[in-house]
Ligand binder design. Sequence first.
Ligand SMILES: *[C@@H]1O[C@H](CO)[C@@H](O)[C@H](O)[C@H]1NC(C)=O
Ligand SMILES: *[C@@H]1O[C@H](CO)[C@@H](O)[C@H](O)[C@H]1NC(C)=O
Length: 394
Amino acid sequence: MMTPPPPSTPVSPLLLLLLFVLVSSSSASLYDTFLQCLLNHTQVLQQQQQQWQQEPSQILHAPTNSSFPTLLGSLIRNRRFGTASTPKPLLILTPSQPSHVQSAVLCARRTGTEVRIRSGGHDFEGTSYVSRAPFLILDMFNFRLVSLVNEEFPELGLKKEDCAEMSWIESALWWGDFDSGVAVKALLDRMPKSVNFLKRKSDYVQQPMSREELELLWDKMIELGKVGFVFNPYGGKMGEIPMSDAPFPHRAGNLFKIQYSISWSEDGIEAEQSYLAKIRELYNFMTPYVSKKPRRAFLNYRDLDIGITDNGENSYKEGTVYGVKYFAENFKRLVKVKTAVDPQNFFKNEQSIPVLPRSSSAMTQYSGSTETTGKMTVLVIFFLFLKDLMTIFS
Ligand SMILES: *[C@@H]1O[C@H](CO)[C@@H](O)[C@H](O)[C@H]1NC(C)=O
Ligand SMILES: *[C@@H]1O[C@H](CO)[C@@H](O)[C@H](O)[C@H]1NC(C)=O
């Protein structure tokens, strides 16, 4: 039912109607089962003196609910993953406290529904809101855990008129192209003003490029047209932090990071293929000038070109391909953590951390015990932490 029939096949309207009824009734019953599961779990939690501040029905959104299109719309930041043929979630959950997350994870597991955890605008490949399997989205927007930090900029040695001094959170408004003077709470409005089709890629540069090489690069960009670059300087404090201190590994030895970008507004597969070919050509052109063996990449500029897994038999082998590009030596440690807290690979996407292959890890059956729930919550928090960390350094 996931794959639409090929356009050449004549489909009777009756069959379509039947399909529609089947799909909507199956999602309605998933809603009911899910709600019942949340309610059951609520009772368990209440016995443990933990109160729900919201009714379970308030955090659960089915496709038939009026809240659903708005929530889904606020998630999509790349039009390539917001088309009619993009697979849609069966449910969206908007937890506002840890016990909601625990219950949601348990109930997803019980109903055999894959979980995607909503990420921010940097989720360039839609992995946090699209899956081929029947799935739901956990959207933690109502989790107001992160306190807004106001930090002053240190002296940069520039002339005063070169700088606009503002708090960190105000700089987020500036990057977001808000008009100056707009109140910080404008950041809470999640509906983007407009959404483009886009593709992003990344690289790390460890040797200086010569003037001649830069000239060649400008010529290439002019030839391709439309493609863009952002160079982010590294070094300083970042280079002093040991690689092993956090999952993010790109520390000492990196001069700068590159973001490759291309955005377009024309619909259709032809436009998409032509723009994707341009950015990939620029990426190939840069091969001699960037990190090697492996060519490194920045997780927060998610790029499925550098390797994916289908989370099947070969997930460890497949995961190692992109894993060492994103995490270098830290990849092995992440696999150990993953294997300890999520041995059945419940939390997964096209570029998730794999578990160790079956031969080297003893698989335990899921029991639904409080201990497992606790471990899963730790994993969710861990993923969120990782995401925040990447954002801080992006
Ligand atoms: C909820 O609890 C009832 C009673 O214990 C049980 O029969 C039912 O299967 C549970 N439903 C779900 C969806 O977990
Ligand atoms: C949301 O949709 C479900 C399933 O169709 C329905 O049972 C529920 O009453 C709806 N909730 C609201 C608030 O509309």
